[in-house]
Design a protein around this ligand. Structure first.
Ligand SMILES: [Zn+2]
Length: 221
């Protein structure tokens, strides 16, 4: 599984042009049908909607592995959009709200929201470390883009990803992408997965710089 631009036309043209790299071996991905249909909950309140979608699939010309191409607005194994997950993480990190209050506000099950918050808190260390490094590597003046320091590990992780989003905007001359978009573009579809981050830490993380459009991200699966 890998993270791609969420615009289908752009993904088609990248697949056809051989511009998407296999996460396993960096070979070129070719079009290979579609993954099974999935239902994703979008939005909150009166805008809450279930949306059906079938992600595109690619097959590596070198190693023959197939990979699901997930749009940058979605996270692996999550039934909600990355924007909704991100707003829960923000409410916890910035406002210190509990998972029950956040779940009620978003109209999502308490257990689901608790799972998102636990996963982000559990991977806060490696996320903060990796995105701080990315921001400093890619930013001419990363310090100027740094948001206010946050007191908790999850808050520091969120601030580091937000700083990297600012670096991307400055580098590509675009509007600052939402922090979760920058996170998914750089880390890939498992950005909100604690086991994935634990595995990355063991092997020494090497994220590829993504663009706000969502290209360049990698991820296992
Ligand atoms: Zn491959």
């Amino acid at each position: 599984m890998l993270t791609v631009n969420h615009e289908a036309v752009s993904v088609e043209s990248d697949l056809a042009g051989g511009r998407l790299a296999c996460p396993a071996c960096k070979g070129r991905l070719r079009p290979w049908g579609w993954a099974r249909e999935r239902l994703i909950r979008h939005g909150t309140g009166t805008d809450l909607a279930l949306v059906r979608g079938r992600p595109r699939r690619g097959r590596c010309a070198a190693c023959s592995a197939t990979h699901v191409l997930l749009g940058v607005d979605l996270a692996a194994r999550r039934a909600d959009t990355a924007a909704v997950i991100a707003s829960a993480v923000e409410a916890k990190a910035a406002g210190g709200a509990g998972h029950r209050v956040i779940a009620a506000g978003l109209g999502r099950p308490v257990s689901t929201v608790r799972g998102w918050l636990r996963a982000f808190a559990a991977s806060a260390g490696p996320i903060a470390e990796e995105f701080t490094a990315l921001a400093h590597r890619d930013g001419a003046d990363a310090a100027g883009l740094w948001p206010a320091p946050a007191p908790t590990p999850a808050g520091r992780a969120l601030a580091a990803v937000a700083a990297y989003a600012g670096v991307l905007a400055a580098r590509f001359g675009v509007a600052t992408p939402a922090w979760q978009i920058a996170g998914l573009a750089a880390a890939g579809p498992w950005f909100f997965s604690a086991p994935w981050w634990a595995g990355q830490s063991q092997h020494g993380l090497t994220l590829t710089p993504g663009t706000p459009g969502g290209k360049g991200g990698t991820g296992a699966g």
